[in-house]
Design a protein around this ligand. Sequence first.
Ligand code: ATP
Length: 641
Amino acid sequence: MSSDEPLVSESASAAARGVSPAHAFQVDLRGIVDLLSHHLYSSPRVFVRELLQNAVDAVTARRAVDPEAPAAVRISATGARVRVRDTGIGLTEPEVHRFLATIGRSSKRPDGDPNGIGAAEQVLELGRGDFLGRFGIGLLACFVVADEITVVTKSAVHPEEPAVEWRGAADGRYRVRLLSGAEAPTEPGTTVTLTPGPGKEFWFQAPRVVELARDYGSLLPYETVLEDEAGYTYRITDTPAVWDRVHPSPSLRREALAAYCQDTLGFAPLDVVELDIPLLGIRGAAYILPTAGPADRGGHRVHLKGMLLSDQARGLLPDWAFFARCVIDTDALRPTASREALYEDDRLTAVREALGARLRDWLAGLAATDPARLNRVLAVHYLGVKALARYDDDLFALTLPWLPFETTAGRVPLTEFADRHRVVHLTAGDEEFQQIAPIAAAAGLGVVNGGYTYDAELVRKLPRALPGVVVADLDPDTVAAHLDGVDPAEELAAGRLLAVARRVLDPLDCDVALRAFHPLTIPALLLDGREARHERARADEQDRAAAETDDLWADILGALRTAGPRARLVLNHRSSLVQGLIELDDAELAATGVEAVYGQALLLSKRPIRAAESALLNRAFLGLLGHAVGRGPRPETGDED
Ligand SMILES: Nc1ncnc2c1ncn2[C@@H]1O[C@H](COP(=O)(O)OP(=O)(O)OP(=O)(O)O)[C@@H](O)[C@H]1O
């Protein structure tokens, strides 16, 4: 657009001194508009926001010097043009050149014009903190849909100056002329008129502009209306905001806030948490989602000084608060240049912390005053609360009676569980729990599934909240110790099967034991501590290494192999299948049976299967199949009946 005067004179004097002259950057407006429309803004709809924003800022600037000045914004949309008229500060001719025609220059920033302070800028300086704009690129956004922008303006600070018309085209050329007579507005203020670019008429239809203006501008501080070509007017602003209104009763206030959530966020909230943090200039509400769905379901609706910044803003709440979505108005946060997201800075961090604290207080308040409602909230959002309770002892203690955990007594709160079990056993993972829970429950052990997110951490905190309760890791020995022993005569009768089982399972580093336990449907339990598993993995690794090295190394590596804890297959004497195996005369078939029982217990334990075990499973399956079809016993023996 315009060249920069000081740069030109500098280059002239540089030439006179024989130094190569400095040149001014040239800007290709089409390139910039393309950049803005395709890469900065997510949609052309932002042109309405930019027009509203400039109008509001102009009124704010005028009111800073004249609090009684009229404050109104009028929009008209006909499909062939969109026009926005404000009663704001207006511009003089030099200001038009300086601010309207220079990309990136804004009268709303401290560094708005380093070369001189215009009258409007002096005024704008006064109320700078109240402005929505700051980057000096907003008007350009209008070229995303317009091929011509006309600005007619009259300065409120210099009413004696003539009104000015600025006409800018998308190709980067602009014309300025002074207006007089009937053409010139009599009152200060600015009217911006856009005409649509080819194929952009859609964005100029009145219903479309009403929808966009209401979305962006419903909370703007100055009354804004839109008139369509038939002369109908539509209210754009809907202020004061629902949270700033006086409501007849707290319950009606709640209802109004919930209805606002339905209108703006599209769901009926489970609960409403009012947000009022004067220190950070925040007003609004956090709405508790009615269902637990995926963690990341849309962002927050954030207004900056009334103007909608985004209905998908991220990072406003701490991660754990994924069960809430907010609608807020604030003057503390900064937008990114696209003005569609929040700038990640200290202020956003402070806001996040403050809102997190507010949600935490709300939870604590519910626990103290409205447990029924807390119960409803936790039934849906226990995961978020558990995440928070890990670091917050008070909240943990407060919500403990409502937070559900998977235990051998079903899904119950830990307080209830600890009433029955002073020793709370914790499994290392879900697989262990699934395998052991039915047996442990039948044996009277209290076990909590430590496989869920946050649960193990919280269970370990239990003794702090419930003194006298002991938390212990569930290890194979504890389980084995709780299973009923078998009478010696019966053990003797099972001697042959036990011997076969030891022979079959020894190569797999697995011992065999006989116990009696419930449920009867489980023939065997594979007790396999993490330590034993780790030891076996190490031994497998050594065996592999030994196979690849010479004898000396094989001996050394072999010596390193320790007799660590081994897995244990506990056969259930109460199982009719095990009884059948005990009574079997065919030792070969008994061996296949033991392999099958081991394989089934292995699959139940859901731990990774080693190569030797997968060969065993294969062998057992084919062996049993061969037997079933009358071609047993074991395939690799080649024996025929
Ligand atoms: N309606 C208006 N009344 C008075 N001055 C205006 C108006 N619209 C624009 N201006 C002037 O033109 C300048 C540039 O406007 P533009 O919208 O491009 O950027 P901005 O509002 O300063 O910043 P941002 O890029 O953040 O919107 C403004 O700083 C202001 O001085």
